[in-house]
Every structure is written in C-alpha cells, then in structure tokens.
Design a protein. Structure first.
Length: 317
C-alpha cells in the first residue's frame, strides 16, 4: 500500500519539520511510560490513534459544512434567476445516516485502539468496557445490515455486494471483539487477528473518500459554470459593482473547492496512516522491527496534526 502525502500547510520543508516534531513527541510518549517496550508502543498507538480518529470525525463534518455552503450558493443563483429553490432539498455531501455510519466505524476503531492498552496491562477499565460494548454493538449492527440493500443504501457506501460481504466480516469481527473482549488475551494474537479487519475498514472509508472528492469537484465545477452562465446572461443588466461582485464569486468558489479537496485528501492520508501504523504494531507485537512502528507512529501523528491544523484554519461562517 503506497502512502499518500498530504501537504495542506506550507512547503515540504515545513512538513519535514512537522514530522521531526511528531517523531520527538512519540519518543516522549514512549519514554514517559515505565512499561515493557511493547506496552509503551501500544500505549503510544492508542493515544495517537485516539487523536487522529477524533480529528477525522471533525474533518468529515467540516467537509459536509463546506459542501452545504456550495449548495446554498447554487440556490442563491436560482433565486436570482427567478427559479424555484427549496433549502430543504439541498443534496448533502453525506446524509445524516451516512455520516453516522462513518462515525460509528471510526468510534469502533478508537475503542479498539484504547482496548489494547488494557490487554497489555491485563486490567479492564469498567468505563472503557461499557463504552466498548456499546460501540461494538453499533458496529455489529452495521455488519449485519451493510450487505443488505436497505442497509447499504443507508450507509451511503458505493460498494459491490462482494465488498459489502468483506466489510460485514470486518465490522462483525471488531464488533464482537469489543463486546466480549478478554483483557488477558495475548496482544500478538489480537493484533494479528484484527489487522486485516482494521485495514479493510480503513480501505472502505478511503475508497469512499475518493468518491466524495470526485463528487465535490463536480459539484463545485457545476456551481462555477452556473455562475458564469448567470454573468453572461445578465452582464448588461448589472451595474459595475454588481457585476464585480458576481465575478469575484468565481475565485471564491475555486478556493472553496480546493479547501474541500485538501480536507478530504488529509482525511484520506490520516486513515491510510492509521492502517499502516496498526500493521506495524501487529508486526512489533511479534518482535518484528519495532523501529518501523516508531516511525509509523510519528507519521500518523503528523498526518493527524496536519489535518487538524487545516480544518481549524477554515472559516466558520
């Protein structure tokens, strides 16, 4: 699996400094724990994953908000052309049901990463166990419905029946683990068993993000064409200030298109790094190249920080 690079803020030199800073942060996380090496790595993975997944959920909502603004701009143009438009009929980037499905998948991955620290400690946290049970139950519900036509439609995923079966197996496996997890189980066995399922769910989300990026690009291009047509049809009726205001909307639409795409690209990069880092954790649990895990933890943290910095820089209007 190739690692996508995402540079939303500044040149490559800035990215390299960020990676170095994140690598140092990971070293502090590892050094701060008086645990065995694999327990330190697991605790670091849980901490970094929690940060990245929380940021990913926020990024989904930010992308939906940007897309809603694009749809409202289309509506304004229709009103200006004396055409009917109903705000309640706007097409969201993701429906509330589809967003809920993605958030529940991310919540399950977060609960799974948190549970691994309990596995290495051999102790269960009642609060985490209760939360994991609820999250696992939600994920199992997705697993039992996503390979049915109504369930797949509600999820908003554009996947084949064969892919739906693979996703169903992955969600059921992780969901069952969360519902009935045994903290005295061996970490190498758990991470090895769950690794293909973590990869499958990250792939599901990332394949979907590719479609969302294409959909967003097409929508913004359609808005720009609609604006240009309005300008051409009404330029003789608009005074100079009105004409200037309409023309200035075009670069704004282009900027918003690029912002949405960069946000989704950053989300894609973070989830890709999450799958790669878990794979490295599974290998390190088998005493296989723990240095790679340290590097991957730094890259995961950097991707998450990039994404968080970028979506927080977006206007909130």
């Amino acid at each position: 699996m190739q690692t996508a690079r995402f540079f939303p803020i500044g040149p490559a030199a800035t990215r390299h400094r960020a990676l170095a800073a994140c690598a140092l942060s990971v070293c502090f996380l590892l050094a701060a724990c008086s645990l065995t090496p694999i327990s330190k790595h697991t605790a670091a993975f849980s901490t970094v994953s929690n940060q990245v997944i929380t940021t990913s959920e926020d990024a989904y909502r930010a992308a939906i908000d940007l897309h809603d603004r694009e749809e409202v701009s289309k509506g304004v143009l229709l009103i200006q052309e004396n055409k009917p438009w109903d705000y309640d009929q706007i097409t969201p980037l993701l429906s509330p049901e589809a967003l809920q499905t993605r958030v529940r998948i991310l919540d399950a991955l977060k609960a799974y990463s948190q549970s691994l620290t309990e596995v290495t400690a051999g102790l269960a946290s009642p609060a985490l166990t209760t939360a994991a049970t609820a999250t696992g139950t939600n994920l199992k519900t997705i697993g039992t419905t996503i390979n049915t036509e109504p369930g797949l439609k509600a999820s908003g995923f554009a996947i084949t029946p064969q892919e739906a079966n693979l996703v169903s197996a992955a969600t059921l496996a992780i969901g069952e683990y969360l519902v009935s997890k045994k903290v005295n189980a061996a970490l190498p066995a758990i991470t090895a068993q769950m690794d293909p399922h973590v990869e499958q769910l990250c792939k599901l989300l990332n394949d979907d993000i590719v479609i969302l990026r294409r959909q967003s690009k097409n929508d913004y291009e359609g808005l720009s064409r609609q604006e240009w047509t309005f300008i051409q049809s009404n330029k003789d009726k608009l005074n100079p200030i009105q004409l200037r205001d309409e023309v200035q909307k075009l670069p704004t639409y282009r900027k918003n298109e690029q912002s949405t795409d960069a946000l989704l690209a950053g989300l894609h990069s973070s989830l890709e790094q999450l799958a790669l880092t878990h794979h490295a954790l599974a290998a390190a649990a088998q005493d296989n190249n723990p240095e790679t895990l340290t590097a991957k933890l730094g890259e995961l943290l950097a991707a998450g920080n990039d994404l968080k910095t970028y979506y927080k820089s977006l206007p909130t209007q």
